[in-house]
Design a protein around this ligand. Structure first.
Ligand SMILES: [Mg+2]
Length: 208
């Protein structure tokens, strides 16, 4: 499948850090919220893609709005169990997560609630990355794209938004069709593109 790049013919810069939205990117989302360990079901290929990134030396963060806790639909214990399941399944395929940030607030003005960039900036700071770092944020909603843009506006880092068509992604793509941006069918396709581009670059440099 040929994917659409926002700058055609340009290679994707190899990342220092890839931050991921959770629901609709790593696992199946539901309009009824993901409320338990049993409801947390990975999207096919997503965990393997995270493992490939990890093995390529890329740091991985997760930034997830979890206002279902503020709404009383599940509690911190249930969220912890979901993340234990995610971490265990990821470990089984050779992956690991460097930082997980979540925001349980329902208040749209909360600095951590996407589209606000608080969680992204917290992850970047926790990993102590230089300002020249290449950082992507992969999400399935317009609020994810906006969070990446806001992180760039409100810090000295550049966070490149990536939209995937899993979860709410197809709806978001229609809503966001005003501008070109990196858009992939799913997380696995994005990681394929990232790692293919970089292996291709190293192949070129050894020929010189
Ligand atoms: Mg999502």
């Amino acid at each position: 499948m040929v994917e659409q790049d926002f700058e055609k013919g340009r290679r994707l810069p190899f990342p220092d850090l890839v931050i991921l939205d959770r629901d609709g990117v790593i696992n199946q989302d539901s309009s009824a919220y993901i409320k338990s360990r049993d409801e947390w079901i990975p999207i096919p290929g997503s965990l393997e893609a995270m493992a490939r990134l990890h093995q390529a030396g890329v740091k991985i963060g997760i930034a997830t709005n979890q206002r279902g806790i503020a709404l009383g639909l599940y509690d911190h214990q249930a969220l912890e169990e979901m993340h234990q399941k995610m971490t265990a399944l990821l470990s089984d395929v050779g992956g690991a997560i460097d930082e997980i940030a979540f925001c349980t607030a329902d208040d749209p003005l909360h600095p951590d609630r996407k589209p606000n960039p608080g969680m992204l900036l917290t992850i970047i700071k926790a990993l102590d990355l230089p300002q020249t770092s290449v950082i992507y944020f992969v999400g399935d909603k317009s609020s994810d794209v906006a969070a990446a843009e806001n992180a760039t506006l409100q810090s000295d880092y550049r966070v490149i938004p990536v939209l995937v068509r899993t979860g709410n992604g197809i709806k978001s793509e229609k809503k966001l069709n005003d501008r070109e941006r990196l858009t992939y069918n799913d997380l696995a396709s994005f990681v394929d593109a990232l790692l293919f581009d970089s292996s291709d670059l190293s192949a070129l440099s050894t020929e010189e």
